[in-house]
Write a protein that binds this ligand. Structure first.
Ligand code: ZN
Length: 243
């Protein structure tokens, strides 16, 4: 398939192994000739997420050979330092809850700014022009460091600071979770005839979203506790997409 940007051929995908970042990975594999992946290990309470991402990469290579050959190196950066600057339910043994600020206590101030800065440094070194990230303004959580304006400001700051044009691409910014399922279906379909259903079932089976790290309860939308905000969002999106 013809790359969309004649100038931008290579991309780095922020890839956590969840539904959103897997859809972003499919997007990048559709658009670009070489795609590398990046995740951060910040002592998440649940290593299942890090396992899930390797499973997904494996399955993409096997089930989508037309994408597999574009898939380059996978990077994992240690961000244990995040645990020193924040106390959140993602890095400590705390229950998920909403705080007085209206943000969930999974919020690490500026975390995504740090992610993008490190991603840009890696992209620079690897000769990659585009950073693809699954941030989204239509999500319930409303993290300020995931908003469109923040992304645009980061793109400018990083391009200036590294004296190299860098694109931050956000394919999910304005779509909801039902549309994210549809997007995955459409992208899979572009790869090959049965690819739509195949990519959706790959996402259901192998991606991980649940905050509680639950891989024992299987629903039609995938594995998870079914009651945490991440599971609820994924389940509701699935239900609306199926309808
Ligand atoms: Zn859950």
């Amino acid at each position: 398939m013809q790359a969309r940007h004649p100038i931008h051929r290579n991309a780095l995908v922020l890839f956590s192994g969840g539904q959103d970042s897997t859809t972003c990975l499919a997007h990048a594999l559709t658009q670009y000739e070489r795609v590398e992946t990046l995740a951060f290990d910040y002592r998440q309470r649940h290593v299942v997420e890090l396992d899930a991402r390797l499973q997904v990469l494996d399955q993409v290579r096997t089930q989508f050979p037309e994408w597999g050959h574009k898939l380059g190196e996978d990077h994992l950066l240690d961000l244990g330092v995040l645990g020193q600057v924040s106390e959140t339910s993602l890095t400590r043994d705390m229950a998920f809850q909403m705080e007085a600020s209206g943000l969930p206590n999974t919020f690490v101030p500026g975390r995504n700014l740090l992610f993008l800065t490190l991603a840009a440094a890696l992209a620079y070194r690897r000769g990659l022009d585009v950073i693809v990230t699954g941030v989204c303004e239509t999500d319930f959580s409303g993290y300020p460091d995931c908003r469109d304006d923040t992304m645009k400001a980061m793109q400018i700051a990083l391009s200036l600071g590294m004296d190299r044009r860098l694109l931050i691409e956000t394919p999910l910014m304005w779509i909801d979770k039902a549309q994210t399922w549809q997007l995955a279906h459409d992208l899979g379909q572009k790869a090959h005839a049965e690819g739509g259903a195949q990519l959706v079932s790959l996402i259901v089976e192998h991606t991980h979203t649940c905050y509680m790290g639950d891989r024992t309860h299987r629903h039609d939308w995938g594995y998870g506790c079914g009651t945490c905000p991440a599971c609820e969002l994924r389940a509701q999106g699935w239900a609306r997409w199926q309808a």
